[in-house]
Design a protein around this ligand. Sequence first.
Ligand code: BGC
Length: 446
Amino acid sequence: MKITSAGLLALASVLPFATAQSPEWGQCGGIGWTGATSCVSGTTCSVINPYYSQCLPGSASVPPTTTPPNTTPVGTTTAPTSTGSTAPAPGNPFTGFEYFISPLYASEVAAAAKLITDSSTAAAAATVEKIPTFIWLDSVSKIAPFGTYLSTASAQQKSSGQKLIVPIVIYDLPDRDCAALASNGEFSIADNGETNYKSLYIDAIVAQIKQFPDVKIVAVIEPDSLANLVTNLSVSKCANAQTTYLACVTYAMQQLSAVGVTMYLDAGHAGWLGWPANLSPAAQLFTSLYASAGKPSGVRGLATNVANYNALSAASPDPITQGNPNYDEIHYINALAPLLGSNFPAHFIVDQGRSGQQNIRQQWGDWCNVLNAGFGTQPTLNTGSSFIDAIVWVKPGGECDGTSNSSSPRFDAHCALSDAAPNAPEAGTWFQSYFQTLVTRANPPL
Ligand code: BGC
């Protein structure tokens, strides 16, 4: 949902490869690179990530210390705490289930609908209460309510006979949101973040799940984290977080798999990892991390477009996507899936919660409360693609992406762009006027 590095990498991707010296913005190194490793005068070969070095204008800057994920053991290799009966059934994990509706989001929507004076808009808004969205466990404080939700879901499915999925987002990495500011989190790497994440966050979630083994859980794992490791290691906070992110995501995969959670690792979106130059590095990161984690059986695939605005299948390319043949999520998925080969399960879920309106952004990298967005295709298993298990709403539409108040410590300039909605509150809090626009511009209509 966040930073794309798209412009730089788009340029790189169309430049000729095996020249004696790479041109400005050209690739000059990285795992698997066989072209020129020096740059034309006036530019310096700089490590962007383990798979990609680039001729950047100017003199040498100190490259971030990077550890190629496919050559170094990643994270803990501790065996999961339990195995066996929790291995997921093969096939689409959503088939035969209905969603548990987030009580928090339902109450936000109910309160919001009451504030809308126009009666037909209010009625449309109220219908959103019943549309399933993912439940973001974005801090330790959300774990106790999550336990209550599991208990409610267990009771509901016992009384109705209808099996339920509780859809969650694991989102509390130390030094979270390393290439942006709006969603910086509660744990810091410098202050015991990795241990806190494992023991206070993942272990606590696992403890809740163990109490309700009858409830099926589907989880999106750490939006933006691995994509940041593919394209944003030039940001020092991301470079510094690399080892910790890998260790924490590995731990999450192993521990959640051991209690039967079905997982989709976040894979950015078409305008981020979907650029041709980013596809192979992304596939290598996913496959190597999955292998070094011991191929946890709960990992089902990848989640794309989380909290972003891209169409699954655009009627025509938005002009801002120019230069990228993968201009929507289906093109991105079709390009990425073959690169995963047999080394990572090529199944996807795609967030369409705020993708109803297209051609609304000034730049593809604009991610914060984009103006004039509308609710998109509602959750369905009718995806039109054998790669895609489900169209989902991961971002609860109406919850803010980030504050537009420039004096906030989590102010990110993307949230004050001219195509970002003004007067935005803090990330995750309710943004009434934004919700109302999502309702009125919903496509298909609510
Ligand atoms: C925020 C989280 C929130 C999530 C869903 C993120 O941008 O940082 O706090 O839970 O969005 O609204």
